[in-house]
Design a binder for this molecule. Structure first.
Ligand SMILES: Nc1ncnc2c1ncn2[C@@H]1O[C@H](COP(=O)(O)OP(=O)(O)OP(=O)(O)O)[C@@H](O)[C@H]1O
Length: 472
C-alpha cells in the first residue's frame, strides 16, 4: 500500500500526507507514522540513536587514547637532531640559557612557571622551530620577536598543545604539557593570533562560559566580567554578539578570555593588533599588573614599543632559532653598533622651478651608499665625515638624514657642542642623538630570515627526506 501511495504522490507531485487530505486516495490516510516503514518515525529515531552512540564512543576513545598515549610518550625525541644553528652562530646568552635548562634537576623544574627544553618542530621534513630552551619565572613577561614565518606561532601552538612537539619538552609549573596535558590546560591562558571566539555568543556570555570552565565561583562571575571588560575598554559592547565586534574589540575579548581564572602562564599572540592607541595603553596596564602579581606571560608582537614597555626579557627568532636573548637594555648594549644621529635640514630654496630633495640613487658620495644628497645634505655629510671617524649614513628621507656614529668616538657633550656651534652654517633645523633602538637591532637580525618563497622551496626539497622520530 505504501508504495502505491508513494507512486501516486510522485504522479501528482504532492506529499503523501496531502493525498488523503484531498480525498484522492483515502487508504493513504491509514499509514501509521509509527510503523516500521521507510517513512515511519521509528527508523529515523533508531538511526539517530545509533549515530549518537557511535560518535559518542568514538569521542570517548579518541580522548582516552590521547590520555593514555600521553602517559606513554613522556619524551618525544628525534634520532638525529638538526645543527643548533643554521649559520653556525650561537649567541652566548642563548647558549648559557640552554645550558642552564639542560642542567635543571627534576626538583628545580617546578620552581619555574614555564620551562622549555630543546623544543623542536618539524612539519614533514621542514624545520620550523629548532631546539628552543628557556625558563620563565613568575613576574616575567617574555617577548618572542621575529618577522613573519620565524616560528613564533608554531612555538605557541606547541606551548598550548595545539601542535605536537617533534622533540623536547615543555613544563608548566613542573607539569609536562604532553604527559599532564589536562593539568596544564588548567594552568594556562591563551589569546591566539586569530580569535577563537564563539561567533553567536555575546561578549558577556563568552566571558561567563569561560569563567565557569575555569572554575571561577559563580557569585564572582558578573563582577569579574564587568571589571575585566572595563579594564580592557569594551564594557559598552558586552551585550553584542561576537560576530558583530570590530577587529580591535575581538582582540580585547580574546585577551580577556586568556586572563580569566588566574592562570599561571598566559600566552598572548599579537594581542594588540588592530587596537586603538588608548585601549592599547589600557591593555598594557593590565598586562603589567598581571605580570607584577606573579604570573608568567609569553608575548609576541610586531610593535617594538610594546615589547619595550611590557617585556622583562626578549628573544629574537630567526628561521626557528633564538638569535639573541636578554633584557631590552642588555640587547641594546650588546648589539647596538653605534649612536644614532638624526638631523633635520632646512628646506632648500626653490630655484628655477626646481626643488632639491634627497633621494635613493646609485652610490654617489663617500660613506653614503645608495643616497643622492642635495647641497645641504652633502655639506652635512662632509662635516660628519670630517669630525666623526667611521660614521655612516644609514637613512635619508626627505629632509631627514640618519647617521650611525661609533659608540666611543667622542663624549656626548662634545658631539652636542660641535653640532650646536655649526647648526646654522650647516642649515640644520633640528637634530637628535639617541642610542640604537630595539627596532634597529631587530631589523639587523630580520635580514637573515628566509622569505616564505625560500621556505616553500626548502619544504619541497625536504619533503622526501623526513626526520626519523622515535618515541620513548
Ligand atoms: N601546518 C603547517 N604545515 C607546514 N608548514 C607550516 C605549518 N604551520 C607553519 N608552517 C611554516 O612554518 C614556518 C613558521 O610559521 P609560523 O606560523 O610559526 O611563523 P610566525 O613567526 O608565527 O609568523 P607570523 O608572524 O606570520 O604569525 C613558516 O615557514 C610556515 O610556513
Amino acid at each position: 500500500m505504501e508504495s502505491i501511495c508513494k507512486q501516486a504522490a510522485e504522479l501528482y507531485g504532492i506529499p503523501i500526507e496531502t493525498l488523503c487530505n484531498i480525498g484522492r486516495l483515502p487508504e493513504c490516510c491509514d499509514l501509521d507514522p509509527f510503523q516500521w516503514t521507510e517513512n515511519g518515525i521509528p527508523q529515523v529515531l533508531v538511526a539517530m540513536g545509533i549515530i549518537g552512540l557511535v560518535t559518542f564512543i568514538s569521542l570517548l576513545l579518541i580522548e582516552s587514547r590521547s590520555y593514555f598515549m600521553s602517559k606513554v610518550n613522556l619524551t618525544r625525541s628525534l634520532k638525529y637532531l638538526p645543527p643548533l644553528s643554521e649559520d653556525g652562530q650561537i649567541d652566548d646568552d642563548v647558549q648559557a640559557e640552554k645550558n642552564k635548562v639542560a642542567q635543571m634537576t627534576e626538583n628545580e623544574i617546578p620552581t619555574h612557571n614555564l620551562v622549555m627544553r630543546d623544543v623542536t618542530k618539524y612539519y614533514g621534513g621542514f624545520l620550523a622551530v629548532n631546539q628552543l630552551s628557556v625558563m620563565i619565572d613568575k613576574g616575567e613577561c617574555f617577548g618572542l620577536l621575529g618577522v613573519n614565518g620565524a616560528g613564533k606561532t608554531s612555538t605557541f601552538k606547541m606551548l598550548t598543545g595545539d601542535e605536537t612537539i617533534s622533540h623536547g619538552n615543555i613544563w608548566v609549573k613542573g607539569c609536562n604539557t604532553v604527559a599532564d596535558k589536562f593539568t596544564v590546560y588548567e594552568m594556562i591562558g591563551y589569546c591566539p593570533q586569530f580569535d577563537g571566539l564563539l561567533e553567536d555568543l555575546t561578549g558577556n556570555e563568552t566571558l561567563k562560559i569561560f569563567s565557569l570552565l575555569r572554575g571561577v565561583p559563580s557569585y564572582m562571575i558578573s563582577s569579574l566580567v564587568q571589571r575585566i571588560a572595563k579594564d580592557l575598554a569594551f564594557d559598552k559592547h558586552l551585550n553584542k554578539v561576537a560576530k558583530d565586534y570590530s577587529g580591535g574589540n575581538r582582540r580585547k575579548l580574546s585577551t580577556a578570555v586568556a586572563i580569566l581564572g588566574n592562570p599561571h602562564v598566559i600566552y598572548l599572540d599579537e594581542p594588540t593588533t588592530g587596537i586603538d592607541p588608548a585601549s592599547r595603553r589600557k591593555l598594557w596596564d593590565l598586562v603589567c599588573h598581571i605580570r607584577d602579581i606573579g604570573k608568567a606571560i609569553v608575548l609576541t608582537s610586531h610593535s617594538m614599543e610594546e615589547c619595550e614597555a611590557l617585556c622583562t626579557r626578549i628573544a629574537i627568532m630567526v628561521n626557528g632559532e633564538f638569535k639573541c636573548l636578554g633584557s631590552t637594555q642588555h640587547l641594546k648594549n650588546k648589539f647596538a653598533q653605534g649612536i644614532s644621529l638624526t638631523i633635520k635640514l632646512e628646506t632648500l630654496p626653490v630655484m628655477n622651478g626646481f626643488q632639491s630633495g634627497h633621494s635613493r640613487a646609485p652610490s654617489t658620495a663617500l660613506n653614503s651608499p645608495g643616497f643622492q644628497l642635495n647641497e645641504y645634505g652633502l655639506s652635512v655629510q662632509q662635516f660628519i665625515n670630517d669630525h666623526f671617524q667611521g660614521a655612516t649614513l644609514k637613512d635619508c628621507h626627505r629632509n631627514y638624514l640618519t647617521f650611525e656614529i661609533p659608540i666611543n668616538v667622542m663624549p656626548y657633550s662634545r658631539i652636542f657642542g660641535l653640532l650646536e656651534a655649526n647648526k646654522s652654517a650647516l642649515h640644520i633645523e633640528d637634530y637628535s642623538l639617541s642610542q640604537s633602538t630595539l627596532e634597529q637591532i631587530f631589523l639587523n637580525f630580520a635580514q637573515k630570515q628566509r622569505s616564505e618563497e625560500e621556505n616553500k622551496v626548502l619544504r619541497k626539497r625536504k619533503k622526501e627526506k623526513k626526520p626519523t622520530v622515535t618515541r620513548w
